[in-house]
Design a binder for this molecule. Sequence first.
Ligand code: PEP
Ligand code: MN
Length: 347
Amino acid sequence: MMIVMNAKATDGDIQSVVEMLEAKGYDHHISRGVERTLVGAIGTPDGEKQAMAEQLMTLNGVERVVPILRPYKLVSREHQEETSVVYIGDAAFGRGKVGIIAGPCTVETEEQTLAAARAVKAAGAVCLRGGAFKPRTSPYDFQGLGEDALKILATAREETGLPVVTEARDVSHVDLVAEYADALQIGARNMQNYDLLQSAGESGMPVVLKRGLSATVEEWLKAAEYIASSGNLDIILCERGIRTFETITRFTLDLAGMVAAKQETHLPIIVDPSHSTGHYLLVSPMTLAAIAAGADGVMIEVHPQPDRALCDSAQQLTPKNFQKLMDNVRSLSTAVGADLQRNSEEA
Ligand code: PEP
Ligand code: MN
């Protein structure tokens, strides 16, 4: 890290910084400019950097402490230049491969889930989504059918062959999700639930990590690093919109953040145009925008009868609208050179 001294710092102030570094056993390098002196701390271990930076900030004459390396390593492009390919079942995401994940917000009944699964498969999705454990904005809203829903998802997978992505809302759900599903989703409201991140990492399953409602790209990547440091690099990030002052959409879909994050990390990144916009009319344009901007996939809510859905009615596509969207996705993918993944029916 680099310690930037302010313009009024005295030699004594600089000496105090050097003494603090020496007391902790770190080497240093002093660079005296015309207006500012910089002190480089050499060899600070990762785990001590934050505390060390805060302690240095208490010293007279210290203006700023700047980290030199990124706070995430395993997931960074510095660590691995080439984009990773992450598989959910046989569906590939990343390094040009683009997959569409679709299905209902939540599993309501076997009939509803099977109807959704058949429709999204026929239209070209490569994975089925559906919530069994739902985090809701209000705790009084429907929270999902739990293990019964996982069983229904497994039936839908058996029938359609589509691998299943579903959320574990708590550490206690991880084993259950691992038993029935192909990828474990960590929801936006849980992005910084460190026990869950660790448990997802240890499960060895592919993880879909949603960006927190108010998380910066850096915080999102640090959360991914937490999963990676538990030994699992099969992580797909999902941009799902962030809170801003804007209320006309449910959240603000941060496509520029998605592109910026892709420059920072080798992990594939998909986009959720359903939760980010909150309205079905906005889902198709944002899906196309995401693919044109280089997303490695898109996760879309599709319900056989959105007007009867138990949650997120307004944002779920009908099978017919999803089919239309997929026709446009195919044309766009050809135009932008995205390798759109096909399911077994189309292949
Ligand atoms: C979901 O995908 O089912 C969901 C609840 O999304 P998020 O965590 O992004 O709100
Ligand atoms: Mn939903």
